[in-house]
Design a protein around this ligand. Sequence first.
Ligand SMILES: [Zn+2]
Length: 102
Amino acid sequence: MIHYSCDRCRRMIDPAKEIRYVVRIDAQAALDPLPNDELDDDRDELLEIDEMLQSLALEDEDSLLDDAPQQLRFDLCSECYRKFLQDPLGVESALIVGFSSN
Ligand SMILES: [Zn+2]
């Protein structure tokens, strides 16, 4: 039998006694398409693409990894699920940590 534990409070979740909540987060860089207004000049589009690829190749590999889409999945107990919904970005706890470190 598969046992789940809450990813927030580490408590074991017994599916026979309580509801297990799953939170999935897809995080990725938002690459909005560039406006097409400047494409009708005389510049060679292939040359532009080539330059773009070269500049991409020069990027630090670490930053490319940071920009890779992230798929996060958390198992939460009912209590932590409620708290997650109240503060999904952890703003409240981040503020508390900031205050206590002073
Ligand atoms: Zn929990």
